[in-house]
Structures are given as structure tokens and as C-alpha cells.
Design a protein around this ligand. Structure first.
Ligand SMILES: [Zn+2]
Length: 308
């Protein structure tokens, strides 16, 4: 569901009306209906009366949550290698890239061979601005089938948002694959584990005899990395979370010290955790792979609440 401000903004973009004028129409509509509908509901009625078809309208990336279909313009910021897949009854290719606008970025998944050919033949490249129509929205990703359309756009997009987007959620509402941001307590922690990685490809380097071997790069002088598993609890659910070296540092954990003593410092700590929910196939449970940890800043929190 979109916020009231987003709806006003979309109506304004579609009609050229000033936000204040639209708000006045919305208030008039609510008054007429004796306040029985929400501001969002009234805004949707006003939009329909103004002849706006949201299904056809272009949206900004931060507006896709809750939409089923989307049309939008964005700049391609990263193209991933085309992958081939084989399942029981079909095989094919799938292409992925990330597009961004000034409000956010998201993953685009191409299933149609004509669209995939655009990537393979470099008819669309990183840095290109493209227009996508009639894409399906699934788990905050855009999926393009044969009914969807991609074309190069002449529009200029300057300040694209490159940081990963996380939707603020409760742990009980997560879906596997989602990037979420939660406010949670660390309620439990397990001993750190150490392992070695290849300095070139960051893949695992395994000890064979006296040498560390990377599958791709052979004998390497490995970098040491650490991993800690925590249990996070946001009041709705608890979940295992996995932290690697950078995030461990962010929590202020010093691995050279005794872990029992270090643990005292962060058990019971509350913070914002952002990361991706992944399935642990071994235990058939979900885990959060933490990308970022932010201290809770009360001033920001109050500001955000006041905005709502
Ligand atoms: Zn390597």
C-alpha cells in the first residue's frame, strides 16, 4: 500500500495539479462521505474521478511496494552474467540487472529470450536509461515476461540511489530472499568461527597440506575472516543472524579479546539490522545475512514518527 504522500505525488505528476489543490479535493471528498473513508481511500477516488489510470502511469522505484504491475524509467547500474538453468521440465536462460532512479534501486529479472538477447548483444548496457512497461512486481523485484517491454529512454537521470534498499519490517512478516531492516535485540550469541578466503575472488580458500587453495586461483596467501551467529528478537519473532568481519567490527566486538567478556558488551543490545533473509538448507530455517548495523538514534526516530 502506498502512503498518502506518495498518492498525492502521483496524482500531481499525472495531472499537473498542485499538491495543495489535490489535498483540498481529498478533504472535500472525505467531508462528503462523512469521514468514513481514509485519506488514502479518498485520494484513490479523487484519482479515478480525474481519469488517472495508475496501472499505466510510470512510478518511481520507491513506490513499487504493494503494486502488482509497474511501468518505470531507471538507469542500469549493474548487469549480472546471463545464467542458464535446468529444471525437471524446462530449461532456459535468465538475465538480471539492477536499475536505479533518484528514489531507490531494484533488481530486474528477464525471462523472455528477446529481452535476454538485448543484454547478450549489449543493446542495453550499464549506464543506459531504459523504460520498462508492464512488468510484474514480485518480492520487491521486477519480473519481465513476453508481455513486458523494455526500450532505451532519452530521459536523463542524474542522482541515482546506489545504496541497497531495505524495507522496514517485522521478523514475522519476512519472506525468503527479501532485504529487510529490523529493530531488534541481540538475545543470544555463538562462538565466532574463523575461515580463510582467497584475496582475489573472496571465495573460500581451503587448507591442503601446507597450502591454502582457491578453486579458481590455486595456491594463495589467504585473508582471514570471521563469522558470528547471533539470535535477534524484534518482539514478533526471533531469528538467527550471520555477521561477517565488517559487521562484527561495527558491533564493536574485538575478536582478539576473550569472547566471553566481549559477549557481555552486546548481549541485550538493541540496534537496527539490515540484511537479506536466506534459507539455511541444512537446518531448513531462515537466517538473516546482516549487511549493516545502525545504532538507534532517538532524534531520527522521533523525526520519522512525526513524518508519518
Ligand atoms: Zn580465488
Amino acid at each position: 500500500m502506498q502512503t498518502y504522500e506518495q498518492l498525492l505525488d502521483r496524482i500531481s505528476r499525472a495531472t499537473g495539479l498542485m499538491i495543495e489543490d489535490i489535498e483540498r479535493k481529498v478533504e472535500a471528498k472525505r467531508a462528503k462521505l462523512s469521514g468514513l473513508i481514509s485519506k488514502e481511500g479518498a485520494a484513490l477516488i479523487v484519482a479515478a474521478e480525474l481519469g488517472i489510470n495508475f496501472e499505466k502511469q510510470k512510478i518511481k522505484i520507491n513506490e513499487i511496494s504493494g503494486a502488482r504491475k509497474a511501468n518505470l524509467i531507471g538507469k542500469i547500474i549493474k548487469i549480472f552474467p546471463v545464467r542458464e538453468f535446468k529444471k525437471e521440465n524446462r530449461e532456459g536462460k535468465v538475465a538480471n540487472f539492477t536499475i536505479a532512479d533518484e528514489t531507490g534501486n531494484l533488481k530486474v529479472v528477464l525471462w523472455d529470450t528477446n529481452h535476454i538477447a538485448l543484454v547478450e548483444n549489449q543493446n542495453i548496457k550499464e549506464g543506459d536509461v531504459i523504460e520498462i512497461s508492464n512488468a510484474s512486481v514480485r518480492n520487491d523485484e521486477l519480473h519481465l515476461t513476453g508481455f513486458s517491454d523494455i526500450k532505451l529512454s532519452q530521459e536523463q537521470i542524474e542522482n541515482v540511489k546506489l545504496e541497497k534498499q531495505f524495507s522496514e519490517k517485522n521478523l514475522k512478516d519476512y519472506k525468503t530472499g527479501e532485504n529487510i531492516k529490523i529493530r531488534a535485540f541481540i538475545v543470544q550469541s555463538f562462538e565466532p568461527k574463523f575461515f580463510e578466503i582467497c584475496p582475489q575472488c573472496k571465495g573460500r580458500a581451503r587448507l591442503e597440506g601446507d597450502d591454502f587453495i582457491c578453486i579458481k586461483h590455486g595456491k594463495v596467501l589467504p585473508d582471514k575472516r570471521a563469522l558470528i551467529s547471533l539470535v535477534l528478537d524484534d518482539g514478533t519473532e526471533n531469528m538467527r543472524a550471520v555477521l561477517f568481519s565488517e559487521q562484527i567490527e561495527k558491533l564493536g566486538i574485538k575478536l582478539e579479546n576473550s569472547f566471553l567478556e566481549e559477549r557481555e558488551k552486546f548481549i541485550g543490545k538493541e540496534a537496527f539490522f539490515s540484511g537479506q533473509i536466506r534459507q539455511n538448507k541444512l537446518f531448513n530455517t531462515s537466517e538473516m545475512f546482516v549487511d549493516d548495523i545502525e545504532e538507534i538514534n532517538l532524534d531520527n526516530l522521533i523525526q520519522n514518527l512525526e513524518k508519518k
